[in-house]
Design a protein around this ligand. Structure first.
Ligand code: FE2
Length: 141
């Protein structure tokens, strides 16, 4: 099985807006549990699929929360940020579709790993932090 990069929440990922940070923690837990299943021997295709759906549903929920905050705050970067969320969801679906028939090959696992660890970390560090700072000014918690 592949050696995958993992992600854990730590304070360097904090955006300072508590609902966003709480949701990031849950999202990252679901990612970690999914990546754990990807690397463990003897995990059935059904278990892997369930873990994927569990994290995908939360990605949608979490992105809707952020998009709603941005809309309510009249955030100028709302559209670009929303397109970025859509990019991740589309890519996750694309990779997941690719393994529907035969299960994930190394290529799919590495792509999934990149999206859920590197892409997400960059997204939080750059887009979410910037968004949270601006949203906090018009929608204080
Ligand atoms: Fe975001």
């Amino acid at each position: 099985m592949a050696e995958l990069k993992r992600i854990q929440w730590d304070p360097s990922l904090a955006t300072g807006y508590s609902i966003v940070d709480t949701q990031h923690q849950v999202f990252i837990q679901r990612i970690d549990s999914f990546l754990d299943k990807c690397t463990r021997e003897g995990v059935s295709a059904k278990e892997l699929d369930d873990a994927f759906s569990f994290l995908f549903e939360y990605a949608e929920t979490h992105f809707s929360t952020e998009e709603d905050l941005m809309r309510r705050a009249g955030y100028s970067g709302h559209e670009t940020h929303t397109q970025n969320h859509k990019y991740l969801l589309d890519q996750l679906n694309r990779v997941h579709d690719e393994w529907q028939d035969e299960g994930p090959g190394m290529n799919q696992l590495l792509q999934m790993n990149y999206l859920l660890v590197d892409w997400l970390r960059n997204h939080i560090m750059q887009m979410d932090k910037k968004m949270a700072q601006s949203v906090r000014e018009s929608l204080p918690e």
